[in-house]
Ligand binder design. Structure first.
Ligand code: GRG
Length: 300
């Protein structure tokens, strides 16, 4: 991680642990606060908020509205992890190196924590864009890409193949990756660009880069699981045991590595055409290039 990514991540983390904690607690009930904050504050890479902030031209801690927007993305991501870990889905005991939400609390608490985070994300995005003419555009992007035109549909297709044992094709796999994982990364970059007042074409370029990065991210996640080399605080070798449709299961490890290399090139090519606003633009472009190239070789 580059210095500037680490700085943004640290500042976002502080915002989450102080401002978001007190904001959430102020309007909620203790039964919900505990599982929500346990999951939200557990150590994640904060990739989606960092992407949003870079595309929004984030400069410093004083920019609370940008940080609210970034937190909206982390809330959607955290809800998806909580629900994905439930016994009826992936049935995981460990997440981010800690017991999963339903293990630490209960299934009902985990379902409700996910529900609360899902809706809270829209509350935060509304705060972020309050008073702006493009607020409805922003809310619509997050709703679509986290829902029926993105993550939830991707999860449904993924589980259909896994649970029903329906054999999947290369097209099915590409679609699942694009919807389940890449859609939220797309939303992060696109919403950042919208926040910065990007034109329709600038927003589209940001979205395309985010999607390519997300696809690359999922392929490398599958590779880590297949190689059993993840230290990401979760079990590995799980995909194969569950009969999941993944790049390694469809193409084998070597071919998957070739795909990862070509998606890296594709994401870097798309990065050349994005507009990054603000005084940190040059550093952000370099940081995004480092991030893209490091995904193929990552260990977490
Ligand atoms: C339950 C509606 C619903 C959706 C679940 C995102 C997702 C969809 C499931 C998670 C399954 C999974 C492990 C997907 C791989 C890609 C991914 C999102 C990994 C986790 O993201 P990281 O590595 O996590 O950014 P951290 O913990 O760093 O935030």
């Amino acid at each position: 991680m580059s210095d500037i990514s680490a700085r943004i991540r640290g500042e976002f983390e502080d915002f989450l642990n102080a401002r978001i904690r007190s904001h959430f607690e102020a309007g909620s009930v203790p039964a919900l606060n505990a599982p929500v904050l346990y999951s939200l504050e557990s150590p994640g890479k904060r990739l989606r908020p960092v992407l949003f902030l870079m595309f929004a031209g984030y400069e410093d801690r004083g920019e609370e509205r940008k940080l609210f927007g970034a937190a909206a993305l982390e809330c959607i991501h955290t809800y998806s992890l909580i629900h994905d870990d439930l016994p009826c889905m992936d049935n995981d005991d460990l997440r981010r190196g800690r017991p999963t939400c339903h293990r630490q609390f209960s299934e009902w608490a985990a379902v409700l924590a996910g529900d609360a985070l899902n809706t809270y994300a829209f509350e935060l995005l509304a705060l972020s864009f309050e008073g702006r003419a493009d607020a409805a555009l922003a809310l619509g992007i997050l709703a679509r890409l986290s829902g029926r035109q993105g993550m939830v549909s991707g999860q449904a297709l993924d589980l259909l193949h896994e649970k029903a044992g329906t054999p999947g094709t290369a097209e099915d796999l590409a679609r699942i990756h694009r919807l389940k994982t890449a859609a939220l990364m797309r939303a992060a970059c696109e919403l950042g660009s919208v926040y910065a007042g990007g034109t329709a074409s600038e927003n589209a370029h940001a979205a395309e880069f985010g999607e390519a990065l997300g696809i690359l991210f999922q392929i490398t996640d599958d590779l880590l699981d297949a190689r059993g080399s993840s230290d990401a605080g979760k079990r590995t070798g799980k995909d194969q045991a569950a009969g999941k449709l993944t790049y390694p299961s469809l193409y084998g490890i070597e071919k998957t590595e070739e795909y990862a290399a070509s998606f890296t090139d594709e994401a870097l090519r798309l990065l050349d055409s994005v507009k990054l606003p603000g005084k940190n633009a040059v550093q952000y472009r370099e940081a995004l290039s480092v991030l893209t190239r490091s995904l193929s070789g990552r260990s977490r």
